[in-house]
Design a protein around this ligand. Sequence first.
Ligand code: UDX
Length: 435
Amino acid sequence: MKLRVSVIGTGYLGATHAACMSAMGFDVIGVDIDATKIELLSRGKVPFYEPGLEELLQQEIASGRLTFSTDFQAIKEADVHFICVGTPQSENSLAADMKYVDAALDAIAPICKPGSLVVGKSTVPVGTAARLRSKLLTINPKVDLAWNPEFLREGFAVEDTLHPNRLVVGVTTDEAENKLKAIYAKNLSENTPWVRADLPTSELVKVAANSFLATKISFINAMAEVCEAAGGDVTVLAKAIGYDPRIGSRFLQAGIGFGGGCLPKDIRAFMARAGELGADQALEFLREIDSINLRARQRVIELVRKDLSDNLTGKKITVLGAAFKPDSDDVRDSPALDIAVQIAAAGAQVTIHDPKAIAPAKKRFPALGFAEDVEVALKGADLVLHLTEWKQYRELDPVKVKALVASPIIIDGRNALDREAWIAAGWKFRALGRS
Ligand code: UDX
């Protein structure tokens, strides 16, 4: 029998998951309380930038397998329900705000058909799955709940969902595991590693993975600080240690650090949850990881002051990049945008360029200066800050850019530009972790 799938919450994760489940051949209904989002998705429009997703969405809508609705009753016939709502940081604490997850479960629990399986994909504090499962079973004893964390990266969301590097399922019964095996049959036929875990372990896998990644980035940024003090070069250091297969070269790009909708809030929520469980000492190091990460932003601002003046009033600074990383228009907790905001607050006249993220950045900070055209953004700059490593910026010709600016000073906050080429073109070139 062909399984029918529902996806609750059609944000970044849900919209991608719905389109990919449909591409795997399932009939999929995506539901959300946000009518604007549903209206856009129904017309084949993705409300954010994610390479390849819009094309896939349109293809799947045209196939007839994928539909969207604001009416939760539409999930009634589905066999598997994926909860994909957000768990942002709470307003008043480090903990994750669980109101969307709870609301999603409350909405579907009474109407799930007997024998169906609710599958949480959202990143949640450990213990949530067990709590939701007992709540669900009280309301609707003929259904079950499993957890299946998602590891997709923004910018590679479609690829990561269609071809994940592993599948982790937290289950309490063989039936639940078998149903998930049927859902992911295609991936299993491609030999994707399959890890069966209990509910708490499956929840922990996600936050542990993100904590490890955050630690790797902050480790190399700490090395960058030491390199600066000792006259070393962190890019060479990263390359050299990365050849050790036990260390590996990925996620060792020193710069202004990590941001986005996951890493920062996930490590904070993990610390908060460990505290509740009495294991706060175990995650004390994550506080340091967070501090190193936030310090990288201050180090860039110090470099700006060193190169221009302590008083930034009226200085024209061009910021290249607003998104938290390239190939994304996501500005949540973006280090680039945070630095832009701080130097603007210090009196600088800031002009921000980004190939995709100007609209979301403007929405958050309407008082900042923006330019759609990179050459316009660069005109008359006293200093250029390269803060999100878009390909477009690596392809800039330093000779041509020099003719646009007032003074050729550039700070590469991502260690991604060709330093020799910029210096050869007559630029004063600064970077984090490179003397
Ligand atoms: C992350 C995880 O990678 C993903 O598995 C999880 O599902 C969600 O969180 P994402 O937020 O899309 O994905 O971004 P990621 O590619 O991990 O980058 C996070 C941040 O770290 C970005 O701001 C990026 O610029 C920064 N980064 C990454 C570095 O500063 N240096 C690096 O070497 C790598």
